[in-house]
Design a protein around this ligand. Structure first.
Ligand SMILES: [Zn+2]
Ligand SMILES: [Zn+2]
Length: 662
């Protein structure tokens, strides 16, 4: 048995109420509450959670109509209430109209008795979970701050498809959007929502599409083949919310390794750039290879990696504030209970036992076999009858049960292109440089060889400059040991929002053998500006000596011509004449927030600054630039660059395998 103190020291709680077992669309429908019943039974039988232990349970209460109204339209809520009543109370015609107008007629989301009360309770569960972690009164009263939960799991929540005005994809009320809207109304917090379900998290994305206080990140099977059909990379948000909707559509049959690679290349830098106050993750486990409704091919290893990463990001960036939710999952007995036990074990700091409890297996294997037999009878197929040997005996999966996809290599390659495109569109250059993808990290950039500088006695050049705000020292090729002796100025926060995190980015870049960091610092050791040079990322893959330049000047030091002097110092070495340098100006990246400039004025400033160092503006089909007229690509081709290399470079700018896929 796990030690209750262990659980308490993690300050984790689980929300479950028997009313949630009524969220069920009936026999023959893929979404059935028996999966939740099997989960709670597994948690109790294995000793991972005890419903009667008040220290690890968090009671829910139904969301009020006003709370639901933060997201849902009043006429929709009224329709759900009306349709929840018994059929005799409505005329057939009225019922028909309500069903078709509000999304209940397509067979996916049938209207079921009591659905208002039941779904309002689920929405309330998620609202209580978020409120408890955020310290809001709706989260309940705790005797002391030490008892306030840091992490909450609500497996009954995660109904991410519901829209403001209609039911969709088995979802009636969008508990996630309602709970987030409640937090936004009550606090100034910024919320990061990560959706791991195999289906695109369309309802949550829609609810906050123009709101920069909520970043939604959805990893899902591409909408080319799967409901709801949305979730393309180019759905980026609109208005002030542009850049805050992130979509990572993955190929059918994506396996653990490719999934984990995509997640690790994107989540840490996105979380760094957004700087959220709380993370909400949705753990729909229909990503599993056994799920009957989707085509992703994850095992428990991939699902466990999602949970561990969400947990780690919450502690690194949000002081631990983390709410996890359930979601999809249609292998009701073999996958859902195990997957969500993995979530709870990670969250509560308990180690997962290897084997499932025998008595639990006996109970639920019987339920599973019954369903298999019914399905085979109903479909009149000649399927091989399922046997108890096909029911798992362990919490995690055995690799032997999941033979590799024959198309594994091409699936991973396509996913890598998608990830490269998302990084291009959504991550400012410094973040891409500080969080290189595995592939970038291993590619030989040759910069250091080219410059023959590292390893000599004086790795950095330095130069003193006089500005009207004081004396500054410029240094290039800063090794990490030098950066460690410096501190960031309070205005150095253009990319990661906080000077301390910006400083971590610089350290990361200084540690990369294929990057060069130039800084401007005060005699007291405060970094007030920086220029970085890093190999061009996936868009430029296969081209040698193509480097991206990024520059930042502390907001406290603008208007002193520092940018021009710093850039000139960083790029004046003769060895750079062997390289092609480029820089991108990105209007929707929030590093221009608070500058008080229009995007076009910002664009002009960047063009002007780089023109002083021989850069010219170039046309390109690179989506970042071609889709947004305020963005700009600036290029400087070194004097000694071979004509063949530069023509390759220019032809790449006008076409790309990524673009061909769009
Ligand atoms: Zn923790
Ligand atoms: Zn799903």
């Amino acid at each position: 048995m796990p030690d209750a103190l262990d659980v308490l020291s993690q300050r984790a709680r689980l929300v479950f109420d028997p009313i949630e077992l009524h969220y069920d669309f009936g026999a023959g429908h893929p979404f059935q509450a028996r999966r939740l019943h099997a989960l709670i039974d597994l948690l109790q039988t294995s000793g991972l959670w005890d419903r009667s232990d008040q220290r690890t349970a968090l009671p829910l209460r139904p969301a009020t109509v006003e709370e639901l109204g933060l997201i849902h339209r009043t006429d929709y809520i009224a329709a759900v209430q009306r349709l929840s009543q018994s059929i005799e109370e409505q005329t057939a015609q009225e019922r028909e109209q309500l069903l078709s107008r509000y999304g209940f007629a397509d067979g996916d989301t049938p209207a079921v008795p009591e659905m208002h009360d039941v779904t309002a309770s689920i929405a309330g569960g998620t609202l209580v979970a978020l409120s408890a972690v955020m310290g809001l009164p709706e989260g309940g009263h705790f005797a002391s701050e030490d008892e306030r939960p840091l992490h909450v799991f609500h497996p009954g929540g995660g109904l991410h498809h519901a829209w403001a005005e209609r039911a969709s994809g088995f979802c009636v009320y969008n508990d996630i959007a309602v709970a987030i809207a409640h937090v936004l109304q009550a606090t100034g917090a910024k919320v990061l929502y990560i959706d791991f379900d195999a289906h695109h998290g369309d309802g949550v994305q829609r609810a906050f599409y123009d709101d920069p206080r909520v970043m939604t990140i959805s990893l899902h099977e591409t909408g080319r083949y799967l409901f709801p059909g949305t979730g393309d990379v180019l759905e980026l948000g609109k208005g002030l919310g542009r850049g805050y909707s992130v979509n990572i559509p993955l190929e059918p049959f994506t396996e653990d390794d490719s999934y984990i690679e995509a997640m690790e290349a994107l989540l840490p830098p996105l979380v760094t750039s957004f700087a959220p106050d709380i993370i909400i993750s949705q753990h729909g486990c229909d990503t599993h290879a056994w799920d009957p409704l989707t085509h992703l091919s994850l095992t428990m290893r991939g699902i466990q990696a999602q949970v561990k990463l969400a947990h780690e990001l919450a502690h690194t960036y949000c002081q631990g504030r983390w709410v996890a939710l359930g979601g999809g999952g249609y292998d009701l007995f073999r996958v859902v209970p195990r997957a969500w036990s993995v979530v709870w074990a990670e969250m509560s700091g308990q180690s997962l036992p290897a084997a499932l409890p025998e008595e639990w297996v006996t109970r639920w294997c019987a339920a599973w076999l019954e369903v298999q037999a019914e399905e085979i009878a109903a479909q009149q197929v000649m399927g091989k009858a399922a046997s108890a040997a096909d029911f798992p005996a362990l919490f995690l999966d055995r690799p032997v049960d999941f033979p590799a996809q024959p198309r594994r290599w091409s699936i991973s390659r396509t996913n890598r292109h998608t990830v490269g495109l998302v990084r291009h569109l959504l991550l400012p250059s410094s973040l891409r440089q500080a969080f290189p993808t595995t592939r970038n990290r291993s590619s030989l950039a040759g910069l250091v060889d080219l410059l023959h500088i590292r390893g000599s006695d004086t790795p950095s050049r330095s130069k003193m400059i006089e500005t009207n705000a004081g004396l500054l020292i410029l240094r290039d090729f800063c090794p990490p040991s030098l950066v460690e002796r410096l501190q960031p100025d309070s205005g150095l926060r253009a990319f990661a929002r906080l000077p301390a995190r910006e400083y971590q980015l610089l350290l990361g870049i200084a540690r990369r053998p294929d990057c060069a960091l130039t800084v401007a610092h005060t005699p007291a050791g405060e970094i007030v500006g920086e220029v970085t040079l890093a190999p061009g990322d996936s868009w430029w893959e296969g081209l040698d000596n193509v480097y991206e330049v990024a520059i930042e000047v502390s907001s406290n030091w603008r208007g002193h011509k520092l940018a021009t002097q710093l850039l000139s110092f960083a790029l004046e070495l003769d060895a750079l004449e062997d390289m092609i340098l480029f820089a991108e100006g990105l209007s929707w990246h929030w590093d221009m927030e608070g500058l008080g400039l229009s995007v076009y004025r910002y664009r002009e400033l960047i063009a002007h600054l780089f023109a002083t160092q021989g850069f010219t503006e170039q046309p390109t089909t690179e989506p970042n630039i071609s889709l947004e007229p305020a963005n700009i690509l600036l290029v400087r081709v070194g004097k000694r660059v071979d004509g063949r290399v530069s023509s390759q470079f220019f032809s790449r700018m006008m076409s790309s395998p990524n673009m061909a896929r769009l």
